[in-house]
Design a protein around this ligand. Structure first.
Ligand code: FAD
Length: 483
């Protein structure tokens, strides 16, 4: 009898077999220039890319997921994230696609047992990455690491050309459909205040940068923002020996309630995408303005240090470098610091994503089509892509970009169009499964001639003709008058 992970993997193999997964490949095999054309290429093999790849493979489609990161270091978890544990509750099914043995819980209990599971508070960050590595391995997902997509060229002939770089070589690949699963900053990058860009780069970092926190030892560090990443950056700086850490928070108070979490229910997950534009904007704008509080444990990880200082109601007005320090002028007076960390989130900014340069001018964003009610302006929402029902980019009025609708977006900026299925743990399976169904349907319809011809050519008999003997009808009964 096997135990631990081996037993779980045997159980998973049974479950997949019982569910007849994965389905056999059913789409036609195509080639271009001697290379196979995949049905779907995914850009990004973080949690979202993996979940999408798994769902697409299960549906019998040919898939490849490219990631520029080395294997096992995709996404923020083991690279730029600095929290001790995930924010998400441990019991969420995450990318399990409805299969119990694929959940984090199954993976955890298989190794550490039920009692340890009961004792676990939240999932340690690096353990979550270990789980994602196992998920990829156990499902044998088709991921190519060290492959950076540098350009996406949709074409009128039903194919998309991807240009990529790997080990210093440039190459091309072909796909019928492309999924952009590039994460939180997936269509842009850090959102920075204008004054940051005027400062010497040695004086500041964004919270998502691969910053050397050890170099902050002995320094006075300012953290701009008060969300989860602000707390994680502050705590990391303090633990690295920063002399002082000052959190500079524009708001007079920290948000206390995570409204997005309160909205979570199956209706919100599956029904949001069909809401009217007005409701979508209203919901997302409300969540944006209410803001998401930092997790309690992350905040306490900062406040337990005597040299951590929370300054609320302090808006930065300007920053300049003077006499070897940063002179920061704020609405509450000046403060002198050595280094600033901007925990100011991300924004859609096509210039920060060179791979999108061909298609960015064609892509319709919400502000091209929708005007919010007076007072509800929201720069983040205005720049969000206005996606179609198959998560596809749609052309701006007048844009000439054949094949743009072959590029599908499953990353955070899609949230205004699609809801919470675009990359966070709670609903990532829904996102992957919904996208997969839409793509399978599109590919089927595109190839309908081929599928009809296959049906017509199909000739496997189910009965052989020797199962019965044909007889003439019995003679009709004689009529009473003829008796
Ligand atoms: C610090 C932090 C903590 C978070 N904590 C939680 C949490 O507790 N719970 C929760 O639900 N959500 C959390 N999130 C939000 C979300 O779940 C994560 O951002 C998650 O990583 C999203 O997965 P993803 O696959 O969409 O993106 P990512 O994990 O970011 O993966 C995107 C991948 O795309 C690759 N890529 C990008 N561009 C290219 C290119 N041109 N070519 C090839 N590859 C490319 C990158 O290398 C990367 O591996 C957190 C986010 C952050 C940043």
């Amino acid at each position: 009898m096997t135990s631990g992970l081996a037993a779980l993997e045997a159980r998973l193999a049974d479950e997949l077999e019982f569910l007849q997964l994965p389905a056999p490949r059913w789409t036609p095999a195509l080639e271009r220039e001697g290379q196979p054309v995949v049905d779907v290429a995914i850009i990004g093999a973080g949690m979202t890319g993996l979940a999408a790849a798994a769902a697409l493979v299960q549906r019998g489609l040919s898939v490849v997921a490219y990631d520029e990161a080395p294997a096992g270091l995709e996404g923020p978890w083991a690279t730029t994230a600095r929290m001790e544990t995930l924010r998400s509750p441990k019991q969420l099914a995450g990318p399990a696609l409805g299969i119990p043995s694929l959940t984090f819980r199954a993976w955890f209990e298989a190794q550490f047992g039920r009692a340890e599971w009961e004792a676990l508070d939240k999932i340690p960050r690096l353990q979550w990455m270990d789980y994602l590595r196992w998920y990829r391995e156990v499902l044998r997902l088709p991921v190519l690491n060290g492959h950076r997509i540098t350009d996406i060229e949709p074409r009128a002939d039903g194919l998309v050309v991807l240009r990529l770089e790997t080990e210093g070589h440039a190459m091309r690949a072909w796909a019928r459909r492309v999924v952009v699963a590039t994460g939180r900053a997936g269509l842009g990058g850090p959102a920075l205040p204008a004054f940051a860009e005027a400062l010497p780069r040695s004086r500041w970092a964004h919270s998502s940068d691969d910053n050397d926190y050890a170099a902050l030892a002995g320094l006075r560090v300012g953290i701009v923002g008060a969300g989860a990443s602000a707390m994680d950056s502050a705590a990391t700086a303090l633990e690295a020996g920063a002399a002082q850490v000052h959190l500079l928070v524009r708001r007079a108070d920290l948000p206390r309630v995570n409204k997005g979490k309160g909205a979570g229910n199956p209706g919100f997950v599956v029904g949001y995408a069909r809401l009217s534009d007005d409701w979508k904007w209203r919901i997302r704008h409300y969540i944006n303005t209410q803001q998401v509080p930092p997790p309690r444990n992350s905040t306490q990880r900062v406040s337990r240090h005597a040299n951590a200082h929370f300054h609320l109601g302090v808006a930065i007005e300007s920053v300049s470098e003077r006499r070897g320090a940063l002179e920061v002028r704020t609405s509450a007076g000046p403060i002198e610091l050595d280094f600033l960390i901007f925990a100011t989130g991300f924004k859609v900014d096509w210039r920060q994503r060179p791979m999108l340069r061909h298609i960015a001018p064609c892509i319709r964003v919400w502000k091209d089509r929708y005007a919010p009610p007076a007072g509800d302006d929201d720069a983040e929402l205005a720049e969000s892509p206005d996606l179609g029902p198959a998560f596809e980019f749609q052309p701006r009025a007048g844009a000439d970009c054949p094949g743009l609708d072959r590029i599908h977006c499953l990353s955070y900026p899609a949230t205004l169009s699609l809801g919470v299925i675009t990359g966070d743990i709670p609903a990532i399976s829904e996102g992957a499964l919904q996208l997969t169904d839409r793509l399978a349907a599109l590919l089927y319809a595109e190839d309908i001639e081929h599928h009809f011809a296959r049906m017509a050519a199909y000739a496997e008999p189910e009965i052989l003709g020797d199962e019965w003997v044909a007889e003439p009808l019995p003679p009709p009964p004689s009529s009473p008058s003829s008796r």
